[in-house]
Ligand binder design. Structure first.
Ligand SMILES: O=C(O)CCC(=O)C(=O)O
Ligand SMILES: [Fe+2]
Length: 500
């Protein structure tokens, strides 16, 4: 009853009294909230779960909410009811009552859950996302137009041509070629860039910017069940490989004569480890929504996901040698790095973390082939939380414009000439899955996580090995930037000063 009083306070004494009457009525007429039993009035008085049988509990609300449209009449004193109600399309009173009841129901539901249950429930909701739309990336121009829509639109391209001290800034580098629409940048889109006059190119780029900006909505509530996570979430203990990983060997995927060279393990991280890691990373890491200017164009890009980065190269350079001092791995992520190294046989010194808050967050087609990663680099990618599609498409051979095959077409069409289209591969990366890209994969393929109409929060961690200061500068610039940081507080990502 206290809850009722709190929720309807300010509606006037008559309506408050009416609300109390309704609640009393409902409490008498429904079973108590242990729900399995049909207690008598007397039994109910002593049932331990009765304390939750208030207006805020799910039980009476299930009865009240459908009758919401009648509530206004019910709350109206008889004197007023005799007169015809004023014609209003949306009553502010209705709205207030509905909102108060909705909030109290949600609070009661959350309060009734333990931390573990809340986490499990949020993850289950995340995993039950809508099926992907196979058409989304299927355009012949390559890449979803809801995304940046070009192979040269991603942060890496800008970093490499930013004039900063990166090895990739050289005209002959893979990145330089991509940015200038060179040989590796195949597809109709890059052809368009090569042939259009500069003014037109700017117009196209601005359109892409609008798409990018509109897709990159500000932080919003995404998982109310984390509402209590303002308490510190303990870091998971991942020190034991046997306890933290499934110990299932990684599957070797070797396609197109070694062009696509992957290792894959579904559910590599155990459920307990992955859930604890996901909860800790969302709550305790400081995430960034990096905004940067695309060099040479003056165009502002808002990265459509949250990111952060840790680690440094092994050149032994002091902090002052970097544009921003690198940030050391938090201990549990360092333990994770060691586990991934043990599983893959590769060595890593840096990580980039991506937080896709919902289906609107994405990463467009790109390759992680920067010179500071070295040739044929190995990149290990661990997914946590909601499953998302991971698309791969083969780059066109130098100087050839071939549209990629549609993602729903059978990939690897024989004699992949122009008619056949470039092969595409599609993966569904789920909670705890480990995917390792190695060999020629980065130089011959691109990958993307497209937007989806609905998807729960997902984290992706990529482990990489950079061989120079420039690589760390690049990661710091494009995965941390100089804007504000965000932390998951009260069920949403909120701007948070300080910390790493
Ligand atoms: O989220 C993913 O699975 C991919 C992330 C990625 O490609 C990147 O960070 O470079
Ligand atoms: Fe990538």
């Amino acid at each position: 009853m206290r809850n009722v009083a709190a929720r309807v306070r300010g509606l006037g004494p008559a309506r408050e009294a009416a609300a109390r009457r309704v609640t009393r009525l409902v409490l008498r007429s429904v079973a108590c909230c242990c729900s399995t039993s049909r207690h008598t009035h007397r039994q109910r008085a002593t049932c331990p779960s009765r304390r939750t049988a208030s207006l805020a509990s799910p039980w009476p609300l299930a009865v009240l909410v459908p009758a919401m449209s009648d509530l206004r009449a019910f709350f109206t004193p008889p004197r007023e009811r005799a007169q015809p109600p004023p014609r209003r399309s949306a009553s502010p009173l209705d709205a207030r009552i509905q909102e108060a009841l909705r909030r109290s129901r949600e609070e009661a539901r959350v309060a009734a859950l333990s931390d573990d249950e809340a986490l499990r429930e949020a993850l289950a909701a995340s995993l039950a996302e809508a099926q992907p739309d196979p058409e989304e990336l299927g355009g012949a121009a390559g890449g979803s137009k809801a995304e940046r829509g070009t192979a040269s639109g991603d942060w890496k391209d800008c970093g490499e041509a930013s004039g900063r001290r990166t090895d990739d800034n050289k005209p002959g580098s893979a990145a330089g070629r991509r940015l200038s629409g060179g040989a590796l940048d195949g597809g109709a889109d890059s052809k368009r860039r090569r042939t259009e006059p500069a003014a037109q190119r700017t117009a196209v780029a601005e359109t892409e910017l609008k798409q990018e900006s509109s897709s990159a909505k500000p932080a919003k509530p995404i998982a109310p069940l984390f509402a209590r996570s303002s308490l510190p979430v303990p870091a998971p203990d991942l020190t034991s490989a046997v306890a933290s990983t499934s110990q299932t060997p990684l599957e070797v995927i070797d396609r197109f004569d070694g062009s696509l060279d992957l290792l894959y393990c579904k559910g590599w991280l155990t459920p307990i480890a992955r859930q604890a890691l996901f909860a800790w990373m969302t709550a305790e890491l400081r995430w960034h929504r990096v905004i940067y200017t695309r060099p040479g164009t003056g165009i502002t890009i808002r990265t459509p996901r949250y990111t952060t980065t840790y680690g440094r190269d092994e050149t032994g350079a002091p902090d002052v040698a970097y544009q921003q001092p690198p940030v050391a791995f938090p201990p549990c992520l360092d333990d994770l790095r060691r586990l991934v190294e043990a599983a893959t046989g590769a060595r890593f010194n840096t990580m980039i973390c991506n937080l896709y808050a919902d289906g609107n967050d994405s990463i467009s087609y790109h390759s992680d082939d920067e010179a500071f990663l070295g040739p044929n680099c190995t990149i290990a990618s661990l997914s946590l939380g909601a499953a998302r599609d991971f698309f791969m498409r083969r780059k066109a051979p130098a100087g050839v414009d071939i549209a990629p095959a549609r993602p729903d077409q059978k990939s690897g069409t024989k004699g992949s000439g122009p008619a056949a289209g470039r092969p595409t591969e599609r993966w569904r990366l789920g909670d705890g899955d480990l995917l390792v890209m190695r060999g020629r994969t980065q130089s011959e393929w691109e990958h993307a996580v497209p937007k989806r109409a609905s998807a729960g929060p997902r984290i992706n961690i990529t482990f990489r090995r950079v061989n120079c200061v420039a690589g760390v500068n690049n990661f710091m610039r494009y995965s941390r930037g100089d804007g504000p940081g965000y932390r998951w507080r009260g069920g949403r990502l909120v701007e948070a000063p300080g910390g790493q």
